[in-house]
Ligand binder design. Structure first.
Ligand code: IPM
Ligand code: MG
Length: 371
């Protein structure tokens, strides 16, 4: 066979093994139809790696990811590991992978699928089709942090006690490369780029604005505008369809993408792609977490993971036809009425008859609908 790709699969914790398992099944099925070969090897990261090796991100997992063409990640974390000290929490696996693989560009598309009808909790959502371009290896997630005992007092004499701090830090180079990605995507879409920040308060945000203005001279076709993050949250609810590409910092992108997930139906639907420079391996994962409350119950929505495979094929491996086939299969399956519990709560869309399905049944149907 001609096209071979080395894929690292990291199921992780909670619903991760279920949703990632669904994604792997779809990848294998679509590859047979489109004549390429994914060589999939599984590695541990997150809570299960803490149990097995005592660390959330074993060196051999990171090395395998660096040596791969692409990584497919489920989810990490859960209450079992919540009491562990910060450096060994399961979430460190994701952060370590992002940093260690230099995945600074996180793409989180959010589209309201007409097949899902009035699944959006908004009354008049309109045609939501936006892309959040989130900076992923800088900002407050990776700035200096710590805690210390203070001898200072508040104005009324109360002792401050322990003080903890996190620092938002961004360099010109980090900002420039992510905003450039924003402009490039805007060029391919409807030529509208919104920089979301908090420039009325934060100096990092002011640097983002300055760099965006300078770069916009290189992209005269793209209309650039600016929005404070608080205002943006409001506008995403009141006029979501007017957004196209949003570029923003690590923390703001984290928050806004959950909002974008909810207004398009469920966080269980949203995929993401994390990319570095061209030619470097990418990582593909749903935006949702490990959902310990429904783990192991065959209830999780596998679509965010399955669409993460679609992004991997489209944006990263150049298997566009296979990617389109996955998207079509997902849409057809939803139009036929299959619903996991998270998307069964609202409307019924184009579907004639709604059927509540398990994670596995949803995956079976999507696989059967691949053309
Ligand atoms: C996400 C998640 C992660 C983040 C957590 C699990 C560290 O919420 O990918 O959005 O904050 O980036
Ligand atoms: Mg998040």
């Amino acid at each position: 066979m001609g096209r071979t790709y080395n894929i690292v699969s990291i199921p992780g914790d909670g619903i991760g093994p279920e949703t990632n398992g669904a994604a792997v099944r779809v990848l294998e099925a679509v590859s047979e139809k489109y004549g390429f070969e994914p060589r999939i090897t599984e590695y541990k990261a997150g809570g299960c790696a803490i149990d097995a090796y005592g660390v959330p991100l074993p060196g051999e997992t990171l090395q395998a990811c660096l040596d791969s063409d692409a990584v497919l990640l489920g989810a990490v974390g859960g209450p079992r590991w919540d009491m562990i000290e910060a450096e060994r929490r399961p979430e460190q696996a994701i952060l370590g992978l992002r940093k260690g693989m230099h995945l600074y560009a996180n793409l989180r598309p959010a589209t309201l699928m007409k097949e899902l009808g009035d699944v959006s909790p908004l009354k008049n959502p309109g045609n939501i089709d936006l892309l959040i371009v989130r900076e992923l290896t800088g900002g407050i997630y990776f700035g200096k942090q710590g805690a210390y005992k203070s001898t200072e007092k508040l104005f009324d004499g109360t002792r401050k006690g322990t003080v903890a701090f996190d620092t938002e830090t961004y360099s010109e180079a980090e900002i420039e490369r992510i905003i450039r990605r924003g402009f490039e995507f805007a060029l391919k879409r409807s030529k509208k780029l919104t920089l979301v920040d908090k420039a009325n308060v934060l100096s990092t945000s002011r640097l983002w604005r300055q760099i965006a203005r300078t770069l916009s001279e290189e992209y005269p076709e793209v209309a650039l505008d600016f929005l404070y993050v608080d205002n943006c949250s409001m506008q995403l609810v009141s006029r979501p369809a007017s957004f196209d590409v949003i570029v923003t910092s690590n923390m703001f992108g984290d928050i806004l993408s959950d909002l974008a997930g909810q207004i398009t139906g469920s966080v269980g639907l949203l995929p993401s792609a994390s990319l570095g420079n061209p030619g470097m391996p990418g990582l593909f994962e749903p935006i949702h977490g490990s959902a310990p409350d429904i783990a192991g119950q065959n209830k999780a929505n596998p679509i965010a993971s399955i669409l993460s495979v679609q992004l991997m094929l489209k944006l990263h491996l150049g298997e566009k036809d296979a990617a389109d086939s996955i998207l079509e299969a997902v849409r057809k399956t939803l139009a036929d009425g299959a619903r996991t519990p998270d998307i069964a709560v609202h409307g019924d869309g184009d579907a004639k008859k709604i059927t509540l399905v398990t994670t596995e049944e949803m995956t079976d149907r999507i696989v059967a609908n691949l053309e």
